[in-house]
Design a binder for this molecule. Structure first.
Ligand code: HEC
Ligand code: HEC
Length: 319
């Protein structure tokens, strides 16, 4: 009898210890990096990402709009491309983009490999084309050598895209305080941050912003509980139509890929239209238009505190 009691107590102790130290089961998962990325491919992709020859007049590289030291965006309301051309939409970060189920606000690219052609051809971004880019790169013997070492068929559209995408797969912000907490580390989050996370779940933000990227795994309607576009005023732009631009199905108007909130704390302004300057304001708008609630100021502050814990580390990212 006493032995049975001992065994039961031991069992309970084990369960308690496992729960205290173990990985937490939450609707947000810690980020992981693909350990099998070929470092030579990453390095070539890195060079191409910073290579202005991908633009028509050699003035703009991917990194002009996705500044790696500054959160992987340009922190502008809308991007400015070749010859000062103004785009119609906010540039999302390239950090952790590898975890998005599709790329672009409207999901028009299925993968990072497919995405790279977009900016190269976009008249208000790089305004070039693969033929032009390839012929420029082929005049560079060092570049030719690097491609030949990795591919059988030299510099091609596909190989450029593969290299850039491989580099982007390496842009993962590991080791955020929130991930450390998820992995069982004690004392890494303050009471306010934990309260913010609980509110994020109880208000239902988590129903759209979830998974590894705290977003990036579904489409969401902008204005589920209120007419965001009517209240914002001004004309409805093509960019505002969101997923509709891809499917031409009127039911898809104003649907957008739910953005990742991993680096939201450091990447203002917010939303596809870059219309909101502060994170507090963005959380307030989400409460109003996605949940139909006016969130109390203190809850907004707690949620903002939680969102700051999601920012992880990368050697290129300056805190
Ligand atoms: C002129 C600024 C500009 C340049 C140059 C540029 N981008 Fe972008 N990038 C944007 C904007 C704006 C978007 C959002 C467009 C949209 O969703 O319709 C975007 C979206 C993306 C996305 C999608 C991220 C997501 O969460 O959906 C990736 C990845 C990306 N760009 C990578 C690149 C790469 C790689 C290059 C170089 C080949 C590049 N960008 C060049 C402005 C730029
Ligand atoms: C119904 C789904 C849904 C819910 C619920 C939701 N969001 Fe969002 N969230 C979105 C979509 C879609 C966008 C992009 C909208 C746009 O750009 O027009 C977004 C954008 C954001 C952004 C801006 C990110 C950026 O980089 O621009 C933040 C911050 C945010 N949400 C936080 C929250 C918080 C906090 C809550 C809970 C109070 C919440 N969201 C609830 C779908 C949702």
């Amino acid at each position: 009898m006493i032995n049975l009691l001992k065994i039961m107590l031991l069992f309970l102790l084990c369960v308690a210890m496992a729960t205290a130290a173990g990985v937490k089961h939450e609707p947000i998962r810690p980020l992981v990096i693909d350990q099998n990325l070929d470092p030579r491919m990453v390095s070539l992709g890195d060079k191409l990402f910073h290579d202005a020859r991908l633009s028509q007049d050699n003035s703009i590289s991917c990194s002009s709009c996705h500044v790696l030291s500054a959160g992987g965006t340009d922190r502008k309301r809308v991007s400015v491309g070749i010859g000062g051309a103004v785009g119609g939409i906010k540039a999302p970060t390239v950090y952790n983009a590898t975890f998005n189920f599709v790329q672009f606000w409207d999901g028009r690219a299925a993968s990072l490999e497919q995405q790279a052609a977009g900016p190269v051809h976009n008249p208000v971004e790089m305004n070039s084309n693969w033929e032009e880019v390839i012929s420029k790169l082929e005049q560079d013997p060092a570049m030719m050598e690097e491609f030949d070492a990795l591919f059988d068929d030299g510099i091609t559209e596909e190989n450029i895209s593969t290299a850039i995408a491989t580099f982007e797969h390496s842009l993962v912000t590991l080791n955020s305080r929130f991930d450390r907490w998820l992995l069982g580390e004690q004392g890494v989050l303050t009471k306010q941050e934990l309260r913010g996370y609980r509110l994020f779940k109880s208000y239902g933000c988590i129903s759209c912003h979830q998974g590894m990227n705290v977003g990036g795994n579904m489409y969401g309607f902008m204005g589920a509980r209120g007419d965001y576009f009517k209240d914002r005023q001004g004309t409805i732009t093509t960019a505002d139509l969101g997923r509709y631009n891809v499917t031409k199905d009127s039911e898809d108007r104003h649907y957008f890929k739910v953005p990742s909130l991993r680096l939201a704390a450091i990447n203002p302004p917010y939303f596809h239209d870059g219309s909101e300057k502060t994170l507090k304001g963005a959380v307030r708008i989400m409460g109003r238009y996605q949940l139909g609630r006016e969130l109390p100021e203190s809850d907004i502050e707690d949620i903002v505190a939680f969102l700051h814990t999601l920012v992880g580390e990368h050697i290129r990212l300056k805190p």
